[in-house]
Ligand binder design. Sequence first.
Ligand code: GDP
Length: 491
Amino acid sequence: MKENQDKKISDSQQTRPPIVVVMGHVDHGKTTLLDYIRKTNVAAKEAGGITQSIGAYEITHPSVSSGQAQKITFIDTPGHEVFSKMRERGAKVADLAILVVAADDGVKPQTKESIDILNSTKTPFVVAINKIDKPNTDIEKTKNDLMANGVLLEGYGGNISWQAISAKMGQGVNELLDLILLAAEMENLTYNPKAKASGIIIEAKTTPQKGVVISAIVKNGALKIGDFILTPTVAGKIKVLENFMGNRVEKIIPSSPVLISGFNNLPQIGEEFTSSDIDLTNSISPKTEIKEQKQPIDRALSLNLIIKADVAGSLEALSGIIRNLKYKNANFNILSESVGEITDGDIKEAAPANAVIIGFKTKINKIAESLAKIQNVKIIVSEIVYELIEAIENEIKLKEKPLPLGEIEILKIFNQKEKKQLIGGRVIFGAIKNNIRLKIIRNNGEIGTGKILKLKHQKTEINEAKEGEERGLMFESDIAINEGDRLIWNK
Ligand code: GDP
């Protein structure tokens, strides 16, 4: 009986095309390869509607084993542009990756970074050794470089397929696509057509004509017009579905890229979405997206921000993302947002409000720079959205945890008689003093407090112990201190 049921479940699974991401060092030819594949494999007349990338595209390529045309979805994020941090998330979205390594340059820092990401996310990949049309290439050296970095290539004792290509001239690209389909067959990628649709947001923007438009890739189920969909930060009802060529469709199945209109707010890139028959718009409570609730914080955190960007489009995108940022119960208050370089006017606005200035693809003028130093205003500038988001998150975290005055790690318990305990430890931050009350931290959680009755250096009583010093304490607390506990002195 059980077996039958299992069979049924597996019968309901259907094969889906692979979702592929291209990774590698800057300038090694990722964009050129993605452009070449799109140009040569998306039929020109069908592609008429594509005026800009939606973050992914779909091609067909004949399978070597069956001869039949198979689909492949490529994630098309511009590697080192706005969402270069998507490389990491891209690996999570993707079933397979192409690691591009230029044969005239070999393994470089971002090649290594890519290899680490692929290994840690267990994403299978094939290697494209690129730019072989150039005269100064050394394919053998590139292969040796790869082997030395743990990429065990086929024909050299490993099982990672590789193909020498010229992304510019197209040489070897068909063979590379063959390898992708072979790798996909090994992965046995399936989906359940009866399941609720789910997938991943790959781009989100606001356009004057359509409002919030989301690019996503469906990974399971089928997405239909009228479905309600939900991400950890936003909810909406699908009004318009378009395929990657800009054609309106009723339904999208895995692993196709899709444009969705029908949201009021921008979700965050890399978020998962799920569909539902019921309206979930009101279920977006702050609770849904709070990841770290372990340490309750006493007061509401807030961070004032002033946003500057090079053009209106990026300003809108960035402010949309910031408005949707969720970190515990923190408030991110955007005091103002404008286009242009950062000026002394911005500093004057920021200083009294203790605001941080966020600049996206913009510069700081000289006067503003000096004024910011004098008035102690923090400015964070980057060309990469995710760097800015990370920096904003770091700012709020700094506010959350005021640095302690001192912290001591307990290394030894000498004697514990009721509440009075003779213990020894090393001051790992700041200093501690006689007669102060300390918080007791065990496994990152606060478990109580206690007071220093005596502070000792060998037999001598002292008043203070500084960072790096190992001292003895007569400590009074209801809690029996353990080795490894940390005692923290806060103001
Ligand atoms: P990305 O930073 O990895 O996206 O690299 P790009 O695709 O922007 O390529 C960087 C440079 O290398 C560009 O000038 C490309 O024209 C060039 N390039 C990329 N692939 C090839 C290739 O196969 N042969 C040659 N000769 N140049 C290439």
